[in-house]
Design a protein around this ligand. Structure first.
Ligand code: GTX
Length: 240
């Protein structure tokens, strides 16, 4: 059996892995795990990842979780263009710097913005309080400023002249609040121009395909009440 990727494109880390594999022509079998149907909680999936989270990579008997580790594995196993994860010591360190930073900052804030702005109503049937939403969006704002001022600066991409894993991880994170209806690129011309460059580098068709689910999130039908009850603890833990 060749490479298998267990993904749900609703999930930011899954989108980054999906785009990277597709863009680089890495052959894989897509194993879709629908989070909102609770498929990640099944016993069958627990055999693949006891933590019951996506993404997961399976390469023969080798199983790997954590999107950043998966992306790095793919860059090392396949001959992908150097710009994704440069050999140059300091250029690579720039990518590492972003990848280390994003977990508890941009990723967390984008996920919370998605849930607080849209998914609470769609999925849990009631919105969060206006105070909570305002606090979440204010936190996101601070993080976006750091993304622009510290990471992007005046460069074309986060890790300078070429697109890298850092840009891919960042753009897939930012599409979470966009899907929820937050205008994160409005009033931020530098970030908006960067988004255009990343989309162009990835390819518009692939970018659209990977983000179709999240951009439609507000039209999702309400979840089945039984599944909803099963998912709520995981959701609350994820967005706290
Ligand atoms: N640090 C991990 C990575 O980067 O791979 C994070 C993995 C993760 O949290 N995966 C989430 C998951 O499987 C999906 S991403 C969030 C998607 C939001 C929609 C959820 C309905 N979560 C399942 C769970 O925790 O129960």
């Amino acid at each position: 059996m060749g490479l298998e990727l267990y993904l749900d494109l609703l999930s930011q880390p899954c989108r980054a892995v999906y785009i990277f594999a597709k863009k680089n022509g890495i052959p894989f079998e897509l194993r879709t795990v629908e989070l909102l149907k609770g498929q990640h909680l099944s016993n069958a999936f627990a055999q693949v990842n006891p933590l019951k989270k996506v993404p997961v990579l399976k390469d023969g008997d080798f199983i790997l979780t954590e999107s950043v580790a998966i992306l790095l594995y793919l860059t090392r196993k396949y001959k992908v263009p150097d710009h994704w994860y440069p050999q140059d010591l300091q250029a690579r360190a720039r990518v590492d710097e972003y990848l280390a930073w994003q977990h508890t900052t941009l990723r967390r804030n984008c996920l919370r913005a998605l849930w607080h702005k849209a998914m609470f109503s769609v999925f849990l049937g009631e919105p969060v309080s206006p105070e909570m939403l305002a606090a979440t969006l204010a936190e996101l704002d601070v993080t976006l400023k750091i993304l622009e001022d510290k990471f992007l600066q005046k460069n074309a991409f986060l890790s300078r002249p070429h697109i890298s894993l850092a840009d891919l991880v960042a753009i897939t994170e930012l599409m979470h609040p966009v899907g929820a209806g937050c205008q994160v690129f409005e009033g931020r011309p530098k970030l908006a121009a960067w988004r255009q460059r990343v989309e162009a580098a990835v390819g518009k068709i692939l970018f659209q395909e990977a983000h179709e689910t999240i951009l439609n999130v507000k039209n999702f039908p309400p979840a089945d009440p039984v599944i909803k009850q099963k998912l709520i603890p995981g959701i609350l833990a994820m967005i706290q």
